[in-house]
Design a protein around this ligand. Structure first.
Ligand code: PLP
Length: 408
């Protein structure tokens, strides 16, 4: 008899975005004339930078010619892309990362979801609340938790991010083995300072723990004092893995390209306490289960680092940040407290009521789709997330409608 992995049954039935879609579709069906503006799901809306598209086309043309055709590429990704990443994203910022520590992938979602399988199932895992749901669900699937009770999974240590701690949790008193951190944060939009991040690195070093640092929104950091990478913090190479993505940086959500950095000095331990390089485990995992990303896509990603690409990516980020600034300013001006929106595309709003109630109100009265904070964890209750990924004109229109409906 074929049996299922019953851990899947512990997962909450309605994944956040399918519930949002369901409510939005129902509303649209009942009100076919209403024009709905979506500021909910964090998907980009603007086309790929010109330099990326040109490189993408050249890559496709090479595939049409026997002399330049490429079959399977290196499982870790092509050297031309890994070299550029190591230099521009790390070495130029004083972070000691080399090309062979960079693993190209088809998304930070897959990597942040898959990475946990190289660690034992009986480790203690700490996950921020609220946070991007993939970290929690993949640990549930792997059997590291009990059944969902009262909004929580027993077995997980929740790092509560609330207004009280500025939505940045401190390291806890108890022992933890694996720590997920995400900055700039999805959904709260907050960023972490170097000294706050150093507290976590020190904690990991003292506890022989490992940090999984999701920096998918790093490109939105404008403030030079804020760390863009965890490797800008001394001592992080031994205790941290970092995830990056071209999705939000350069509009690759549909094209798919990301990367994960696993320093060669980063270690975990065997049951007997012997150190083991995590790089070897991830390389083994990726070369067994993954075949990297298509050649033209890696060429398109490489173009992000060209002179033209750099300027175009900068303009793209500035476009979304202009939306974010407007959203924050307008929502604050109608009397709602906001976080984020400064070095991040997300604005986290205290709705002064329950999350889904505020979501429904904005959908039905303003025709604007947002994301209920409760979908990101218990501590997200009472908040909604507004995303800056849309056209400026749509953002202006959405804010005007929100202002009208909230002052009625
Ligand atoms: N990490 C965070 C925090 C995200 O918010 C997202 C996407 O929304 C991802 C990772 C996934 O990125 P990718 O498109 O590279 O899979």
């Amino acid at each position: 008899m074929i049996k299922i992995n019953e851990n899947y049954l512990k997962l909450q039935a309605s994944y956040l975005f399918s519930e949002i879609r369901k409510r939005t579709d129902e509303f649209q069906e009942a009100n076919p004339d209403r024009d709905i503006i979506k500021l909910g799901i964090g998907d980009v809306t603007r086309s790929l930078p010109k330099a990326c598209i040109e490189a993408f086309h050249r890559g496709v043309d090479e595939m049409a010619n026997d002399a330049t055709f490429r079959g399977y590429g290196p499982e870790q990704g092509y050297g031309f892309l890994r070299e550029k990443i190591a230099k521009a994203d790390f070495q130029d910022r004083g972070a000691d990362i080399s090309a062979d520590e960079v693993f190209i992938s088809d998304g930070a979602k897959c990597d942040t979801g898959n990475i946990q399988e190289i660690f034992s199932t009986d480790i203690k895992v700490a996950i921020p609340d609220p946070v991007y749901p993939v970290y929690l669900d993949t640990n549930v699937m792997a059997g590291r938790t009990g059944s969902f009770i009262d909004g929580r999974y027993p077995g997980i240590i929740y790092l509560e991010s609330t207004r009280k701690n500025g939505f940045i949790p401190d390291p806890p008193k108890e022992n933890i083995d694996l720590i997920y951190l995400c900055f700039p944060n999805n959904p709260t939009g907050v960023t972490i300072t170097k000294s706050q991040l150093k507290n976590w690195v020190d904690f990991a070093r003292e506890n022989k723990a490992l940090i999984l640092y999701d920096a998918a929104y790093e490109a939105f950091i404008q403030d030079d004092d804020l760390p863009k990478s965890i490797y800008e913090v001394e001592g992080a190479r031994e205790v941290a893995i970092e995830f990056r993505s071209f999705s939000k940086t350069a509009g690759f959500t549909g094209t798919r390209c990301a990367f994960t950095v696993v320093p060669k000095s980063c270690v975990a331990y065997t049951g007997k306490g012997k150190t083991y390089p995590v790089h070897d485990l991830w390389l083994r995992r990726q070369s067994t289960k993954f075949n990297a990303v298509s050649y033209p896509v890696q060429r398109a990603a490489e173009a992000v680092y060209s002179e033209g690409g750099n300027a175009q990516v900068h303009a793209l980020i500035q476009y979304y940040l202009k939306n974010a600034a407007l959203i924050r300013k307008e929502i604050e001006s109608i009397g709602y407290a906001c976080m984020g929106g400064e070095n991040s595309p997300y604005i986290w709003i205290d709705g002064k009521t329950d999350s889904w109630g505020f979501f429904d109100l904005l959908l039905k009265k303003a025709g604007v789709v947002t994301t209920p904070g409760a979908g990101f964890g218990k501590c997200g209750e009472g908040y909604i997330r507004i995303s800056a990924f849309n056209n400026y004109e749509n953002v202006q229109e959405a804010l005007q409608r929100i202002r009208q409906s909230l002052s009625q």
